[in-house]
Ligand binder design. Structure first.
Ligand SMILES: Nc1nc2c(ncn2[C@@H]2O[C@H](COP(=O)(O)OP(=O)(O)OP(=O)(O)O)[C@@H](O)[C@H]2O)c(=O)[nH]1
Ligand SMILES: [Mg+2]
Length: 381
């Protein structure tokens, strides 16, 4: 295994050295602040020591680390968090028609073309056309049926013929069924520590950069960044670049212990944003590591970041698996890449996991907005 260690005055310089010597895909294994060599070290001078390997698929220290020994002072960092079993509350069709995969996810319930209820017989053409639009927008059939049925039951036979009236009623019904998260911009009540978790490539780092920029420039808060994504040097670079552009302090950590220290070192910051490495929801070990990390960081808000172009099935799987990390709300990214948000309706209706933000582009910091139920419905119907 080709592991090399580098020392430099700043993290930026150390990363440059690694990039030059080992290439842009090098894996960072370890970073720490150490006393400078020679006299300067004696007088408190510090520099950065960094261990890296050119083997790109190497596991980071966080992944291979043995559990930290228990201490009297910080037992909560080592103890396996006791979290409730994942609860995925998705409106679902009758039990006997549900196929479940080994993760216990209702696959049939996710199939937008299925209809389990009595759409059709006795329904006026007006509502059938609306139902058709919902299904075309990838709303699961059973959800389309239940909202249509509910709205029909509150309308007279005469008003049931009026498509525009029914459409408005369906939109209102859908908006009322969607849960949106609290506004973290609130000057009196904003979360101090915010973490982003989720599958790979969904837009976690970009979202953290957008939120950090808003906090600093719009709300004039003292902001700090922490990245736990030390698996690829490119990932560290990405957040480091945002940190430099926005002139924000940034800490690079790789263990639950270090994340706690980093937060303590950023005690001057009014708001701290923690970026984590993308994890596969299918990899139990990765999800468990993330859980220990989030437990140690103890964020006030943990956003599960999911991207709109994902299939209903992979969204369901991610929600089910990442629920064990106890996200407080979620962020829906890349809505600019899809024609409709119908595939996300089941998740929007989950009271345990309100939607906090939507993002609609790569631009930092503009392409993000607090989630609003009416806007979401307008993108479905
Ligand atoms: N179109 C579009 N692209 C986005 C949006 N948010 C992020 N991206 C892009 O998606 C890609 C991945 O974004 P990242 O922020 O690196 O995703 P990540 O979840 O941090 O990825 P990993 O750390 O590798 O797991 C980048 O090219 C982003 O510019 C969005 O709202 N819309
Ligand atoms: Mg990232």
């Amino acid at each position: 295994m080709n592991i090399r260690s580098f020392r430099a005055k700043s993290m930026h310089e150390a990363l440059e050295l690694v990039r030059k010597e080992l290439g842009p895909d090098a894996a960072l294994l370890h970073t720490r602040e150490v006393p400078q060599r020679g006299l300067k070290g004696l007088f408190g001078g510090k520099e950065i020591e960094l261990a890296a390997s050119s083997e790109t698929n190497l596991k980071s220290r966080f992944e291979i680390e043995e559990p930290e020994p228990e201490t009297e002072h910080e037992p909560e960092l080592e103890a396996e968090p006791v979290l409730p079993e994942p609860v995925v509350e998705i409106a679902s069709p009758p039990e006997d028609v549900i196929a479940k995969d080994d993760a216990g996810i209702d696959l049939e319930a996710m199939s937008f073309s299925q209809s389990f209820f009595s759409s059709g017989p006795g329904w006026p053409p007006s509502i059938l056309r609306i139902r058709e639009r919902l299904v075309e927008a990838e709303v699961p059939g059973f959800l389309a049926d239940s909202v249509c049925e509910k709205v029909l039951s509150t309308h007279t036979e005469e008003s049931q013929q009026d498509e525009a009236v029914l459409l408005n009623a369906i939109r209102a019904e859908l908006a009322a069924s969607i849960y949106v998260g609290r506004d973290i911009d609130d000057p009196r009540d904003y979360p101090r520590i915010v973490a982003a978790i989720g599958p790979t490539g969904v837009g976690k780092t970009t979202t953290i950069a957008k939120l950090a920029a808003r906090a600093k420039f719009d709300h004039k808060r003292r902001v700090g960044l922490v990245t736990v994504d030390t698996y690829r040097i490119a990932a560290v670079d990405q957040l480091q670049t945002y940190a430099e552009i926005m002139d924000l302090p940034m800490k690079i950590v790789s263990t639950p212990m270090e994340v706690r220290s980093a937060i303590n070192e950023l005690s001057d910051c009014e708001q701290i944003f923690i970026d984590t490495a993308g994890r596969s929801p299918r990899d139990e070990v990765q999800v468990q590591q993330l859980r220990s990390l989030i437990k140690a960081a103890s964020p006030d808000e943990t956003y599960l970041v999911l991207s709109a172009p994902s299939s209903s099935k992979s969204l369901a799987e991610a929600v089910a698996k990442f629920t064990t990390v106890a996200p407080s709300s979620w962020v829906l990214t890349k809505i600019d890449e899809v024609g409709s948000l119908g595939n996300t309706l089941s998740f929007l209706q989950d009271p345990q996991l309100p939607l906090a933000y939507v993002t609609n582009g790569q631009d930092v910091p503009q392409a993000i907005a607090a989630a609003e139920a009416e806007d979401l419905v307008a993108r479905i119907l």
